[in-house]
Design a protein around this ligand. Sequence first.
Ligand code: SF4
Length: 382
Amino acid sequence: MTDWMTILEAQLSTDPPILTVEDAEKIYLQAPLSELMYAASERRKRQVPGNIVTYMIDRNINYTNICTINCNFCSFYRSPGHDEGYTQTLDQISTRIHELEELGGSRILMQGGVNPSLPFEWYTELLSELSMRHPSIALDCFSPIEIEGIAEVSGLSTIEVLSRLRESGMHGLPGGGAEMLVDSVRNGISPKKGSSENWIRVMGEAQSLGLTTSATNVFGFGENVRDRIEHMNKIRILQERSLSKDYPGFTSFISWPVMLENNAFGKLGSRRGATNLGAGSVEYLRHVSVSRLFMNNIDHIQSSWPTMGLKVAQIALTAGADDIGSTMMEENVVSASGTTKTMASISELEESILNCGFTPARRDSDYNILENLGAGEPHLEV
Ligand code: SF4
């Protein structure tokens, strides 16, 4: 039986083997954190050469909080008819984008709940108008479960919905709602969200249409390490399939532990004395390191400041991550369950990168470098 050291040594060779699920599980569980981080950092240097760490100026917009899916870890949604339910108007969304433009931003990430009261035309008209008013902003919108909700309301297939949204100006489909792509875990935390296969199918359809996509992973629901690796494996398999057809695959892999403070999931877990929910910094860094080694076909691994804080996000840059995320400007979904930091300034992100010895570079949603800031002082005080 191969031990963790042999597996990591092979990963450090000039032609490393593709990490198997079994070997990934072994190093996740057994390798010392420092060894794991070193191997991941070396892999990052090979996969994304140079000393650059990227970030993006963007804004999160949560256009509606009305949702019928009722995930038990979500504190953001309100059921239809609830007093606190809202849907933003075109002008409210456009004003937010205008504020982003003033900061030099390049994209919005617009996601919400599955709101059955919004007809299909609401989405197409919104995207058409936003792309006319804000032509330089990439509109990365919705998530697979929202696409399924829109398909149900409209009577169209999910690929028809995606195709029409793309024609209306949608640039990308962010990978929200993946959580854990293991059905036994999904059934426990969000039974109405559907199978992992649905998420994979909708993302594959988006990639077949040339939409920009990212892969996410929320962990800490009480699953075991094998489940976490199985999640990564499903993403890796889809990526392989898409790239073999010359579709643009996932730009990046982004993981973070579930937040537990303000939701039914966390409260129920603590009442039952569960000690295996969420994840601390060490476990997060192990997860990031293994994801860098496992994802041989996804170039960019993102560190997560909104859930882990900027200090841990900095350490993740030495554990294989090559991107520190984005300014976000506002965050209402994850923060409703317990994070306190919902935006990062440009100078905060640049300083965090510089202080780790890397060179900050501003990117767009497709990871094109817009500006390489070189070594030295952060150049914007925002
Ligand atoms: S996580 Fe998304 S799909 Fe689930 S309840 Fe919240 S808004 Fe709805």
